[in-house]
Design a protein around this ligand. Structure first.
Ligand code: NAP
Ligand code: GLV
Length: 306
């Protein structure tokens, strides 16, 4: 069995070593143009040329959760496309979103400013009931985030394409329940995949439906958000702030308005990092299952886009 590794922006040697250790029976190679045809690919942001040459793949494993970038390429039609499921990302996402929610709810930015000027001032305590959180996307990451937030006593709502039951979470599904979900939400978290149906979903119309004093946390993809609509609603006072980890152009250009906006916190796409050990273990287990003729989870539906 031959495995071709082609991950742009990832130092290959530790990955090659980990894959070889996990699958000693396989020939694991770093891809270069003209390399022999492989059975499996492990990829992140590969060039189109990779798939033009690797036309016989049985399965393509991505070392991320999102597949929007891959689906823009021409992939070999017979190859199964398999994404990472959690592999250590869910707990990181729960940490990141909890931090952003608590920072806003407990007004830590205001206390940091007070501390800088030696000011002892106890602000009025806020009620969890006044800060309902809404999580767009109740998949592997969104479900973990939603359930973590229930532990802090926030009312938590979730929205997905198909109906879900999650303990402690008010679940809404489909377009017909989106307006109710937004109207019930003050802190909005986006954990949707980027697809034709979700592109630009965080626009003026939808964000205007959040309760006054709304807060936006986008940890999914930059193209979910209409940048100028967010800025307009922050400047008008309808929204109180935003924490953004993902952007339409990454790295976020130095002149982008988000960097210096007083109500926006920016992080450089770090809310849930790919962890090599966990990812290799998951991919190796799935390759072995496929070799035995078994089915595996994490299969992307190319029509649906996730
Ligand atoms: P997932 O398990 O596939 O979950 C996706 C969720 O979105 C599902 O609940 C799905 O509904 C819902 N959904 C999809 N299309 C919808 C639509 N049109 N309307 C309503 N709900 C819809 O994905 P995941 O593993 O949780 O990852 C989510 C996204 O997070 C990834 O696609 C990626 O873009 C992003 N991400 C970001 C980082 C980062 O560091 N910033 C790291 C990892 C992932 P159903 O359950 O009904 O199918
Ligand atoms: C990161 O953004 C991922 O999709 O894993």
């Amino acid at each position: 069995m031959r495995i071709s590794f082609c991950c742009t922006g990832t130092p290959p040697e530790p990955w090659l070593a980990a894959l070889r250790a996990a699958l000693p029976q396989a020939q694991v190679e770093l891809w270069s143009a003209g390399a022999p045809v492989a059975d499996y690919a492990v990829v992140w942001a590969p060039p189109q040329e990779f798939f033009d040459e690797q036309s016989e793949l049985k399965a393509i494993f991505t070392i991320g959760a999102g597949v929007d970038g891959l689906l823009r390429l021409r992939l070999p039609p017979q190859a199964a496309l398999i994404r990472l499921e959690d592999a250590g990302m869910a707990v990181q996402m729960a940490e990141y979103v909890s931090h952003a929610v608590l920072r806003h709810f407990r007004e830590f930015d205001a206390y940091e400013n007070q501390s800088g000027s030696g000011q002892w001032l106890q602000r009025r305590a806020q009620r969890h009931a006044d800060f309902p959180v809404g999580v767009l996307g109740l998949g592997v990451l969104g479900a973990r985030v939603a359930q973590t937030l229930t532990q802090f006593a926030f009312p938590v709502h979730g929205w997905s394409r198909t109906a879900k039951v999650l303990e402690g979470v008010h679940c809404h599904a489909g377009q017909e329940q989106l307006q109710d979900f937004l109207a019930a939400t003050r802190i909005l978290v986006c954990l949707l995949p980027l697809t034709d149906a979700t592109q630009g979903i965080l626009n003026r119309d939808r964000l205007s439906r959040l309760r006054t004093g709304g807060y936006v946390i986008n940890v999914a993809r930059g193209a979910h958000l209409v940048d100028e609509d967010l800025v307009a609603l922050l400047d008008s006072g309808h929204l109180a702030g935003a924490t953004l980890d993902v952007f339409r152009t990454e790295p976020l250009p130095p002149a982008h308005v988000f960097w210096k906006h007083p109500k926006i916190q920016v992080t450089p796409h770090i809310s849930a990092r790919t962890l090599r050990q966990e990812s290799v273990a998951q991919i190796a287990e799935k390759i072995e299952a496929l070799q035995r003729g078994q089915s595996v989870a994490g299969l992307v539906n190319r029509e649906q886009g996730y």
